[in-house]
Design a protein around this ligand. Structure first.
Ligand code: A3P
Length: 318
């Protein structure tokens, strides 16, 4: 049965209202529980619509992540890799548009199958692996790249992000309270460890289709992992490019240092109707281990223990 977009959205909204709901970290944004994960209704709407309506094209590349785990960076790097023959590092759209504009979120793509930008087959999503459209999970022509991050850093980043994005009249949640919720799995796309595990297992089972990256590894050896990424998504660097320093240039273009200092990422808006500059909320510190400045050793231990227990026997650790 082909529904119109408006009808489909209406049905999804109706369905969502039947799901378990809890307050998120901001009372103005409730979290809904869907297929084992908590998330905001606007994310959920596009995930459910995609499950019903998304039609993959050969060569599509899904860029997947839990929030605050390196989404912006992965978007920038993948965009730079895929478009490197169209632009050089002096005229890349990344210099004037910002990563989330260059690779827009797919809110909306479910109703307009052709929102892919020509030549840029990148489709970002925060959906857990098992919530990706069946058409994607079953496809041999679609690649999935996942980036994850030490949950301690992802938590701290999420805490800051939520503080920056809340309406000014709202008091911000205390870090202890947010931490408690995070440990219970009640965060955007929480439980965080289950999000990671879904993609980890998929990458073990289908290594040629699902690539698993860690923010920390990408930071420590950018050159190695950017080369792997390029190869995996089907845009490998040639010997000449490697010799000519193209990889290094691309890494520098996408570095936190470079991107966070561009005007567009300091003062630009992500959506036209945003009241304030929102691009800058995606660039906070860009460091590994910032949790040490915000979590007590007890908090860190507690989260480490949860994560270790959940990941035990899987071959994955942080
Ligand atoms: P911090 O809050 O630790 O600084 P996401 O992109 O998934 O929303 O994650 C945001 C986190 O990635 C923030 O972490 C942000 O500073 C960091 N980040 C953004 N752009 C980056 C880049 N180009 N390189 C490294 N880290 C980046």
């Amino acid at each position: 049965e082909e529904l119109s977009s408006a009808e489909a959205i209406e049905r999804v909204v109706e369905f969502m209202s039947t799901l378990p709901t809890e307050n998120g970290w901001n009372s103005f944004q409730p979290l809904r529980l869907y297929e084992g994960f908590w998330t905001f209704p606007h994310f959920l709407e596009s995930i459910i619509l995609a499950q019903h309506r998304f039609k993959p094209k050969p060569g599509d590349i899904f860029l997947c992540s839990a929030p605050k785990s390196g989404t912006t960076w992965l978007k920038a790097l993948s965009f730079a890799i895929v478009t490197r023959n169209l632009y050089d590092t002096s005229n890349s759209p990344l210099l004037t548009k910002g990563p989330h504009h260059c690779v827009p979120n797919m809110v909306g793509f479910e109703y307009k199958p052709d929102v892919r930008q020509p030549g840029i087959p990148l489709i970002p999503t925060h959906a857990p692996y098992h919530c990706l459209p069946k058409s994607v999970l079953g496809s041999d022509d679609v690649k999935v790249v996942y980036i994850c991050r030490d949950p301690k850093d992802a938590f701290v980043s999420m805490f800051h992000f939520a503080a920056n994005r809340r309406p000014k009249e709202n008091e911000h949640i205390a870090i202890e309270e947010a931490f408690e919720l995070f440990c219970l799995g009640r965060s955007v796309f929480g439980p965080a460890w289950d999000h990671i595990l879904g993609y980890w297992k998929a990458s073990q089972e289908r290594p040629e289709k699902v690539m698993f990256l860690k923010y920390e590894e990408l930071m420590n050896d950018s050159e190695l992992y950017v080369k792997k990424l390029a190869e995996f998504i089907g845009y490998p660097f040639s010997f000449e490019e490697e010799q000519g320093g193209v990889v290094k240039k691309l890494i520098d273009l996408c570095s936190f240092e470079n991107l966070s200092n561009l005007d567009v990422n300091k003062t630009g808006k992500r959506h036209e109707d945003d009241d304030e500059a929102t691009n800058k909320t995606f660039f906070i510190k860009g460091k590994v281990g910032d949790w040490q400045n915000h979590l007590t050793p007890e908090m860190a231990n507690r989260l480490d223990n949860i994560v270790e227990q959940k990941l035990s026997g899987t071959g994955l650790s942080f």
